[in-house]
Design a binder for this molecule. Structure first.
Ligand code: NAP
Length: 264
């Protein structure tokens, strides 16, 4: 294949025109970034999250740049909220073809001192939310015979562990297994399910940690010696979300500059 053909093939495979995409946890950080790149590739984007002002801003930024987006409030721990959100999304853009299960919370806590309420909040958001949103999406895709792609945001803490993150690490490891289980069940319906395992990215979730003076010393001891730029998760995300990844199913890709190879 000559160079011109490869470029044109990549443009076609990564093209998301005519697709409807829904991103959870899109009011900030990685989720807001995913919405913007989905819209840049031509998808109609449903920006969701609990903070309505923030999701409205993300959708309006996309529209100002010529993209297509709406915002719909969504709490991934509340099944009624999920059903309502998918109804609204479907009314606006038709059946959702691409889902990014990205909502997440993290709370540094020792396993001996974490209380049940805090444990449940982390696991319900990071794990149960992925199951609830994925099954709602898949039911609708299967009913309308839509080939779909689901991209879950796990973490390198789903692969390795760090101090004081038992609930978070357990929830993110479970997302990796859930990704495989759903991919296995839904491949016959042509719904692919994959995950990303990000390393360190600067977002609302991590900013306090990253701005702690002790962090720069720790960072210099890691394999990549730096945090990731948002642009460095763009291509891995698009590979899984788009047809470019049509033969990629059930995997979880670390996007961490090699962080998970070394010290956590
Ligand atoms: N940043 C990193 O270095 C890193 C590394 C590995 C994995 N991750 C994962 O990446 C994902 C995005 O995190 P981020 O780093 O971008 O942090 P972030 O900016 O704090 O984003 C987290 C998002 O989750 C949403 N959220 C929390 N609880 C929710 C709920 N019950 N229902 C719906 N949305 C909810 C928040 O929106 P609302 O408050 O508006 O609902 C927010 O938009 C998370 O799953 C996180 O675990 C991040």
């Amino acid at each position: 294949m000559d160079e011109v053909c490869i470029v044109s093939m990549l443009n076609t495979e990564f093209n998301l025109e005519g697709k409807a995409a829904l991103v959870t946890g899109a009011s900030s950080g990685l989720g807001a970034h995913f919405c913007k790149i989905l819209a840049e590739r031509g998808a109609k984007v449903v920006v969701t999250g609990r903070r309505e002002d923030k999701i409205k801003n993300v959708a309006s930024e996309i529209r100002k740049k010529g993209g297509e987006a709406i915002s719909i409030p969504l709490d991934v721990t509340d099944n009624n909220s999920i059903k309502w959100c998918f109804d609204e999304a479907e009314n606006a853009y038709g059946v959702v073809d691409i889902v990014s299960n990205n909502a997440g919370v993290a709370k540094p806590e020792k396993a001996l001192s974490v209380d049940e309420e805090s444990w449940d909040k982390v696991v319900d958001t990071n794990l149960k939310g992925v199951w609830l949103v994925s099954t709602e999406a898949a039911r609708r895709m299967i009913l309308k015979k839509v080939n779909g792609s689901i991209v879950n945001t796990s973490s390198i803490q789903g692969l390795r562990v760090a101090m004081d993150r038992a609930s978070y690490a357990a929830s993110k490891a479970a997302v990796i297994q859930l990704t495989k289980a759903l991919a296995l069940e839904w491949s016959e319906h042509k719904i692919r399910v994959n995950a990303l395992c990000p390393g360190f990215f600067f977002t609302e979730m991590t900013e306090n940690y990253f701005t702690n003076p002790k962090f720069s010393k720790y960072l210099s001891s890691l394999v990549p010696k730096r945090i990731g730029n948002m642009d460095e998760i763009t291509a891995p995300f698009l590979l899984l979300a788009s047809n470019a990844g049509s033969y990629v199913n059930g995997i979880s890709i670390p996007v961490d500059g090699g962080h998970s190879l070394g010290k956590m």
